[in-house]
Design a protein around this ligand. Sequence first.
Ligand SMILES: [Zn+2]
Length: 182
Amino acid sequence: MELTDSVWEIIKTNSNVLDGKVWYGVKSTKIFCKPSCPSRIPNKSNVLLFTNPDDPVKCGFRPCKRCQPINEVVSDEIWVAEINHILENYYDQNLTLAELAILAHGSISHLRHVYQSKTGISPSEKLMQIRMDKARILLLNSNRSISNIGNDVGIPNNSYFIKIFKKIYGITPHQYRAKRPN
Ligand SMILES: [Zn+2]
């Protein structure tokens, strides 16, 4: 089904006239919703339409916790997987907890609580782990400068980037790079 102006209008206005007939997935978050979902309006270019709720699932989308598009309660485990997917996609941006909560279709306090209780770490700690892991890979496999790499992984403040890197790996990014085999 094509994303026509009239369908897009229905999604934008959270109308329920297509509920049960159409589902939409957001490519950047891999979450799918009913047209009436009150979550933030996604970027139109990121939206895919489905006329069978099995299709988004087959394409790797997960149901939205808020509108429960297949009328099943979304488990905390699935929600944590959704949050991780978003972190993996947005790590290079200045992602606040509030922004993450909007993208993951939940409240900030609930998100923090569920994530911490299921994984033992906070969403911010997980984000930092992802950033440091990406930085490590760039240090080993690219010739980008340390400050560019910090920026690439969402930490434009270079001294902060170096400090966090050292805290996690015990050595500075320079030292880490110097260890790579030539
Ligand atoms: Zn939704």
